[in-house]
Ligand binder design. Structure first.
Ligand SMILES: *Cc1c(COP(=O)(O)O)cnc(C)c1O
Length: 401
């Protein structure tokens, strides 16, 4: 296997983003295949006993077992690291295994973490239920309020954890402000960048230490596989994350790694179309529903901040109608857009967070997060935008809007 056809990283790291998305991390076997090979193997063999011994001693860089290394998985890791502008990356079986790994690998009983209030449902479960079970204290704050982060800091605060834009409220967190504050207090920031991907937002450019992904979403982009990734410094990935990951085994399968790698090749084309469609669909609804929550609309209170951090708006926005009944009527009247809680898919998908993704956190929890009974979230896909606008127009009309 030859890494990136033998070209030095000092050259490949200078490639522009789209070149990295197509080519970074390409290793070729002696066959010279153009498309990356899929190594569906759990183990490796050795020509001599001494080679096996050298590999286990860390004196030989060859592979030993796919929970520790796999060529297809390693290609994806190198590609994401380069797209992110990170020194290193490791991938996991899902976005949630990425978040769990990124947090548990560095937190111990007696530590404290501050996290954003508005977050993906399972991320909030980690914060509210899992970490406290292991003696890790957590505090949730309104991520839009920089002073709330500062006030929540304790002497034992180790990590700040947040996503931006947040799911499903589309709240924007100030990456520079929060990461600068964290640095000043020796706190590590973990940013869930699933909504954006490195094609739209690179948190490390604003001072983030660790970036974590659900690669299930826009990175795969076609709703095929679950995958996750964590990127950071070599020191963090090798010394802090890897011992945890290698011994607990939240590994991504080589097949799924290959699918995501193919997805990355078209990522920038897709996010451009997603973003254009998303803004057009959002504009078509303004004035017709109670509220449109879209970070690139003039009506969004954090539009300027969003535009400073994000190259484009991405695929997702939310809007608010008059309660659960009207929201369900709209979903039931759709003729093109699917009722689905997934996001980052080429298909347009819509869901009612209060009765699905955020149902089990209770009414009080939702109210605190800003999720109302009338909120609908849409993943705007790659279909012709006029068909999407017409489908929503029809559904809103049926609901009396
Ligand atoms: C989907 C998602 C996750 C979880 O990812 P899975 O791949 O479903 O495990 C975490 N954070 C955000 C923001 C997400 O959208």
């Amino acid at each position: 296997m030859k890494k990136t056809t033998g070209i030095d990283r000092s050259v490949t790291s200078q490639w522009r983003p789209q070149t990295k998305a197509v080519r970074a991390g390409t290793w070729r076997s002696e066959h010279g295949e153009t498309s990356e090979a899929m190594f569906l193997t759990s183990g490796y063999t050795y020509d001599k006993a001494g080679i096996a011994a050298a590999r286990f001693a860390g004196e030989d860089t060859g592979m030993t077992y796919s929970r520790l290394q796999n060529p297809t998985v390693a290609m994806l890791e190198e590609r994401i690291a380069m797209m992110e502008g990170a020194e290193a990356c490791r991938v996991q079986a899902s976005g949630m295994s990425a978040m769990t790994t990124a947090l548990l690998c560095q937190l111990s009983a007696g530590d404290h973490m501050v996290a954003a209030r508005a977050a993906f449902g399972s991320c909030r479960w980690l914060v509210d239920s899992l970490l406290p079970r292991f003696g890790i204290e957590t505090t949730v704050v309104d991520a839009r309020d920089n002073s709330a982060w500062e006030k929540a800091i304790r002497p034992n605060t180790k990590v700040f954890f947040f996503e931006t834009p947040a799911n499903p409220t589309m709240d924007i967190a100030d990456l520079t402000g929060i990461c600068t504050l964290a640095r000043a207090h020796g706190i590590r920031t973990v940013v869930d960048n699933a909504f954006c991907t490195p094609a739209l937002q690179r948190p490390m450019e604003f001072g983030a230490d660790v970036v974590a992904y659900s690669a299930t979403k826009l990175m795969d982009g076609q709703g095929r596989v679950l995958a996750g990734a964590v990127a950071g410094t070599e020191e963090f990935i090798n010394d802090v994350l890897l011992p945890f990951q290698r011994n607990t085994g939240p590994n991504l399968s080589p097949f799924n790694a290959w699918v995501v790698m193919k997805g990355l090749e078209t990522l920038s084309l897709r996010v451009e179309r997603h973003s254009n469609n998303c803004l057009k669909v959002a504009r078509s609804m303004e004035g017709r529903v109670k509220q449109v929550l879209h970070p690139f609309l003039d009506s969004h209170p954090q539009q300027a901040l969003a535009k400073r951090q994000m190259d484009n708006c991405g695929a997702i926005f939310s809007f608010v109608v008059d309660g659960r009944e009207q929201a369900h009527t709209i979903l039931d009247a759709l003729q093109l857009i699917d009722i689905s809680n997934n996001i980052g898919d080429a298909r347009s998908l819509m869901c009612h967070p209060a009765s699905t993704t955020h149902a089990n956190m209770g009414e009080e929890g939702r109210a605190e997060m800003g999720i109302s009974e009338g909120m609908l979230r849409i993943n705007v896909g790659l279909e012709d935008v006029d068909d999407l606008v017409e489908d929503l127009d029809h559904a809103l009309t049926v609901a009396g809007l």
